[in-house]
Design a protein around this ligand. Structure first.
Ligand SMILES: Nc1ncnc2c1ncn2[C@@H]1O[C@H](COP(=O)(O)OP(=O)(O)O)[C@@H](O)[C@H]1O
Ligand SMILES: [Mg+2]
Length: 256
């Protein structure tokens, strides 16, 4: 099971959208995928229409040692896709992780029992530099950093790269950057906006040109796909999913 975490230290950068569209795309290509909602705001669980019921075990219980089969649910109407959902109570995991020794390695250790059960594991993370974010980084073989094509997005990318570097320097975390995904990129006809152009250049400077992936265009169709629980392909906008096609291809190569 290849583990990939979606990391960025601000809200609205596309973390949850990235996990949603990539997980569905991998599943549609026949790869079994486990999506993990590690954000107490549980956007990913909401996007997948899997709000958890009272008393149902979720990601928090999984972290604390509950059996995976009691926490993981199949996503309705999406073959090959499974979810470890988040609950409102997930916030307390930050305390649990802080007091459990190597907090950054707790998720990695817990996931080792699932190594043979799924091809891919995609982890959505919170927007702060919390213990949950650290354990999401620590669990990953590869990191993806989505960043809005705005000055705020560039700042978020910079802080995310610094936080990852800091964890790596501590010696317990060892993973690779898979890519930076420019998010909500505005084009006018055949041209990117001037501001957008400058932001993409800044992203290349910060992360290295080869790491900056094809961008996700700003489009209402993504919101529609999220809100209606449909894919871009089903809506007739397969071309908008191009950045995810590129990612699936990259990932398929790494597991060959
Ligand atoms: N391509 C897109 N164009 C415009 N809006 C988008 C696009 N993709 C997602 N969104 C919207 O952007 C918002 C933030 O995305 P989200 O993935 O939840 O960010 P994060 O998880 O980093 O907080 C959501 O409301 C989502 O509906
Ligand atoms: Mg989110």
């Amino acid at each position: 099971m290849l583990k990939i975490s979606s990391i960025s230290l601000s809200g609205g950068q596309g973390k949850s959208s990235l996990v949603l569209f990539l997980a569905k795309k991998l599943a549609s290509k026949g790869h079994s995928a486990l999506a993990i909602d590690a954000d107490p705001q549980h956007s990913l669980s909401t996007y997948l229409d899997e709000e958890i019921e009272n008393g149902q075990a979720s990601f928090l219980e999984f972290l604390k040692g509950e059996k995976p089969e009691n926490c993981i649910i199949p996503v309705d109407n999406v073959e090959n896709l499974y979810l470890l959902p988040a609950s409102d109570e997930l916030e307390v995991a930050n305390e649990y992780l802080a007091t459990s020794g190597f907090g950054a390695l707790v998720l990695k250790n817990r996931l080792s029992v699932l190594d043979k059960d799924f091809d891919f594991c995609l982890i959505d993370s919170p927007p702060q530099k919390s213990q949950l974010t650290k354990t999401a980084i620590g669990a990953a073989d590869y990191l993806l950093i989505p960043a809005e094509v705005t000055a705020k997005g560039v700042g978020s990318l910079q802080r995310s790269l610094e936080a990852i570097e800091e964890l790596k320097l501590s010696g317990v975390v060892n993973n690779e950057l898979l890519g930076v995904l420019p998010f909500r990129d505005r084009w006018f006809g055949h041209h990117r906006s001037k501001e957008g152009q400058a932001c993409i250049e800044a992203m290349k400077e910060l992360a290295g040109e080869k790491y900056v992936l094809p961008s996700v265009r700003e489009s209402e169709q993504f919101k529609k796909a999220i809100n209606q629980q449909r894919t871009l392909e089903e809506l007739g906008y397969a071309e908008l999913a191009y950045p995810f096609d590129v990612l699936v291809e990259k990932l398929a190569k790494t597991i060959e």
